[in-house]
Design a protein. Structure first.
Length: 174
């Protein structure tokens, strides 16, 4: 079994069980990921690409949702691993499949609303700007996912809340 697979299993278990950082195996996986993120980025990106490509053709959106949940979780504990994954999420905002656009809108909304959301916005400005366009998506379900995600942004502390409040004023929503 590869080291990457073992690390992924630790994060999947963390997502599923949602126990705290008190698990030694989870702490070790987090330390390994953060310590070797530049070497692991390519493999992490490949893993998510494979999941999305394999399951989107078969319309197995449950597996894709699990992948998005894992991305959100990795963003909390090992954000540097996602350097190549965020552009994939950005591309998902553009696909024709509504279910995938909804998942990407929700995942990015939660990532922007996280404690490091303001830094995330500054690091990925094109993703932030494209995500903001989901308020005008042709599918009402995507627009609804965007509005629901905005709640987390408005409740977020500091810079993140200020950024979304600026958008509300800019578009006459506030």
């Amino acid at each position: 079994m590869s080291v990457l697979h073992l690390i992924r299993v630790r994060f999947v278990l963390k997502v599923g069980v949602n126990k705290g950082m008190d698990q030694p195996a989870f702490r070790l996986a987090t330390q390994v990921c953060n310590g070797s993120s530049t070497k692991l980025q390519r493999y992490v990106c490949q893993y998510f690409t494979d999941i999305i490509l394999q399951h989107s053709d078969e319309e197995e959106f449950e597996e894709i949702q699990k992948a998005h949940d894992l991305i959100k979780h990795l963003n909390r504990f090992c954000p540097s691993l996602l350097h190549n994954v965020v552009p994939q999420l950005e591309e998902e905002l553009r696909v024709d499949e509504v279910s995938i656009r909804i998942m990407a809108t929700q995942a990015l909304g939660e990532m922007f609303a996280d404690s490091g959301g303001a830094d995330f916005m500054r690091k990925y400005p094109s993703t932030w700007n494209l995500w903001l366009t989901r308020r005008n998506d042709k599918a009402a379900a995507v627009r609804l996912a965007f509005v629901e995600a905005c709640k987390g942004l408005v409740l977020a502390p500091g810079d993140t809340r200020e950024a979304i409040e600026g958008e509300q004023i800019k578009f006459g929503l506030g």
